[in-house]
Design a protein around this ligand. Sequence first.
Ligand code: HEC
Length: 157
Amino acid sequence: MAVETPHLGVPIKPEDFAAWDRSISPDGAGLPPGKGTAAQGKENFALKCSGCHGADGAGKPADRLVGGVGTLASDAPIKTVGSYWPYATTLFDYVRRAMPLNEPQSLTDDEVYAVSAYVLFLNGLVTEKDQINAKTLAKLKMPNRDNFFIVYPGNLK
Ligand code: HEC
């Protein structure tokens, strides 16, 4: 039986919803077609990212994106994409969603793949020529991956 509603609003069209339905799972589900290499992302990084994240992602004025592996348990932990983030797929999701901060969602999917590849390259996780796409990004194991785990009574040692 149809429910009587106040007839407010209009149903959203699938093509309008698509712009919001863009979350990517850790396992890579939701990654779009496309590809890029660090070599291809280098120029865009210099043009559109380094003004805030420093040359080579060294930081300042905004977050440092590179290095810090092995510092997390120290008195001066350095949390970066390389040292802290458990999944490389999150990098694509975050950059596509939110970066560059002054012009979010202005990059094409290929450009996001390429600039993500460049950030991974700066962290020593891929070579300049490795192709980053939905498959390879999901397969990449981040250095801090194993330090994120779900604690249920059953898997406490
Ligand atoms: C106008 C300045 C600005 C520009 C340009 C910019 N960013 Fe950012 N970025 C930020 C700020 C500020 C944050 C922190 C946002 C927050 O914590 O909410 C950030 C956060 C990030 C993070 C998450 C860092 C972390 O460890 O939490 C990544 C990755 C990133 N940016 C990548 C990029 C890439 C790639 C580009 C270029 C396509 C870019 N940013 C361009 C200002 C900028």
